[in-house]
Unconditional design. Structure first.
Length: 244
């Protein structure tokens, strides 16, 4: 499939960008709906989205460049040229969290409540965005004989984009069903990070394009850290709630 959807004044518009943008728009509409259900000012969500999206893009790019430093070799133009590809979701989440902390402190609102509103939108956007990897024929796994394998450069490989898209959508469904039962602000965001990290750890092991730090796959190391940290926080919060 041609990764270029169409051209505007000679500038190629890629399917990858269309899918990511679609995920952002759908996620924003979903977050606005959730804010309305909770009786919160929807303008707070819109303002936050306008701050979060550029912060997430910067974070995603910085993360990718840092762990590919030898490739960019100090070339600033190549570092900022995201049209070549190279956005890491973990960096995007970190950038979004930083933006959320600053934004909620300025607005004097609860960061964890905002995080819970955004969590289902975030994972749904990730599920949609992964299809951009399919169109670009990237972020796939190694060779496989499984019937659902896809052909890339004449080799049948694991469609890891599909594995993650399905896993992310399953998390989205779970969060949407659980959100009315949560025990404390931040619980949905904790669960999002834990469940996403569990899936990412195993899927990353199949990929052939992992960012590496020595012998370690960066995404796997970070996923294990997130599972441990937020798993302990979730256990502690729930235990404290039962004692009260």
């Amino acid at each position: 499939m041609n990764p270029i959807a169409f051209e505007v004044f000679g500038i190629a518009v890629r399917w990858y960008g269309i899918l990511i943008s679609s995920g952002m728009i759908i996620g924003t509409l979903l977050a606005l709906r959730e804010a309305k259900r909770l009786g919160l000012d929807e303008n707070l969500i819109i303002d936050f989205i306008l701050v979060m999206i550029p912060s997430a893009i910067i974070g995603a790019r910085l993360y990718y460049v840092i762990f590919n430093w030898s490739y960019y070799n100090g070339d600033i133009i190549r570092m900022i040229n995201i049209r070549e590809g190279g956005l890491a979701i973990h960096g995007g989440v970190i950038g979004g969290i930083v933006a959320g902390i600053v934004y909620t402190r300025v607005k004097k609102i609860d960061f964890w409540q905002l995080a819970d509103i955004i969590a289902p939108s975030l994972i749904l956007g990730q599920s949609i965005g992964r299809w951009g990897n399919f169109i670009n024929q990237e972020a796939h796994g190694g060779p496989t004989d499984l019937p659902w394998g896809i052909m890339v450069d004449g080799v049948k490989v694991h469609p890891t984009f599909l594995y993650e898209s399905i896993w992310d959508f399953a998390i989205f469904i779970f969060l949407m069903n659980y959100r009315k039962k949560k025990n404390f602000n931040g619980e949905l965001f904790y669960i999002y990070l834990i469940l996403y990290s569990v899936g990412r750890f195993f899927i990353e092991g199949l990929r052939t394009d992992s960012l590496m730090m020595g012998p370690l796959r960066v995404a796997q190391a970070l996923s294990l850290t997130l599972i441990l940290v937020f798993g302990l926080l979730l256990f502690s919060k729930r235990k404290k709630g039962k004692q009260i």
